[in-house]
Ligand binder design. Structure first.
Ligand code: ADP
Ligand code: MG
Length: 255
């Protein structure tokens, strides 16, 4: 089976007022369908740049990105993108927020609306469909944002520090929740985070980037016993600390 995502020799040099900024240097990796990939690296190393290139929002200086063998050349509905801010529209009800992505893509078909409603039902939000975002907790808002993103049926989901605005307790609960939704939907996910434990608790593999210009330092397979199925259980498993130490050493943080 071919990879759903192929990143091939991607480099990015920004032209800034005070000269060139080399953000990415020769990044190559492949992702299989249904995989959950964590991406960690020092702040300012080029993580968001990499996701923006995969999303088709910016062009690489050299190299290519392929989704199911097709080279991407711009923004595509194959990609779902979630950022730190949930970006819910306060004046819209929950259901109208969830349908917003379909609306702007002109994809409001009966079938798609039904799928969005089914997602709300499956993930415990259907009874809140006529409420407004301000009436929901931070965790529930994040779940709405995720469902809005999934409603357009992307092939790949990109998460850029998507949970970092939440307080610690909420973040633990939300990441557990999100992980289970994404695994159930068999979503291929790339998650950028500066939080090493978060990456270990959710990922099948973790890509460790160097400081700028970002190069791949290491790709780590994350393995836990069969019965350790959730991020919270992973955090309490003895393997967890070993992975933490490995990634910490790779990141080579100096203070
Ligand atoms: P990260 O997400 O890892 O913190 P970014 O990808 O946001 O890093 O940025 C990588 C580097 O590229 C940083 O030094 C940043 O200042 C620079 N950069 C990001 N976007 C631009 C841009 N549009 N123009 C010039 N430089 C940029
Ligand atoms: Mg960033």
């Amino acid at each position: 089976m071919g990879a759903i995502l192929k990143v091939e020799h991607v480099s990015k040099i920004y032209q800034a007022d005070n000269g060139e900024i080399e953000a990415l240097k020769d990044i190559s990796f492949e992702v299989q369908e249904g995989e959950y990939i964590g991406i960690v690296g020092p702040s300012g190393s080029g993580k968001s740049t990499l996701l923006s290139i995969i999303a088709g929002l910016i062009k690489p200086t050299s190299g290519n990105v392929y989704i199911n063998g097709n080279r991407i050349s711009g923004i595509s509905s194959d990609i779902g993108y979630m950022l730190q801010n949930d970006n819910l529209l306060e004046w819209r009800t929950i259901i109208r927020n969830v349908l917003f992505g379909l609306e702007i893509r002109k994809m409001l078909t009966e079938e798609n609306i039904e799928y969005a409603e089914q997602l709300l039902k499956n993930y415990g939000l259907y009874e809140f469909r006529d409420k407004h975002p301000s009436q929901l907790s931070g965790g529930m808002r994040q779940r709405v944002a995720l469902i809005r993103t999934l409603a357009v049926k992307p092939k790949i989901l990109l998460l850029d520090e998507a949970f970092s605005a939440l307080d610690y307790q909420t973040r633990l609960a939300v990441t557990d929740d999100v992980y289970q939704i994404l695994k159930r939907e068999n979503m291929t996910t790339l998650m950028v985070t500066h939080d090493i434990p978060e990456s270990i608790s959710m990922s099948d593999r973790v890509i460790v980037l160097s400081k700028r210009p970002a190069q791949i330092k290491h790709i780590l397979n994350i393995e836990f016993p069969e019965d350790v199925r959730t991020p919270l259980l992973r955090r309490n498993n003895p393997n967890f600390g070993q992975y933490f130490n490995k990634i910490w050493r790779e990141l080579d943080v100096h203070i």
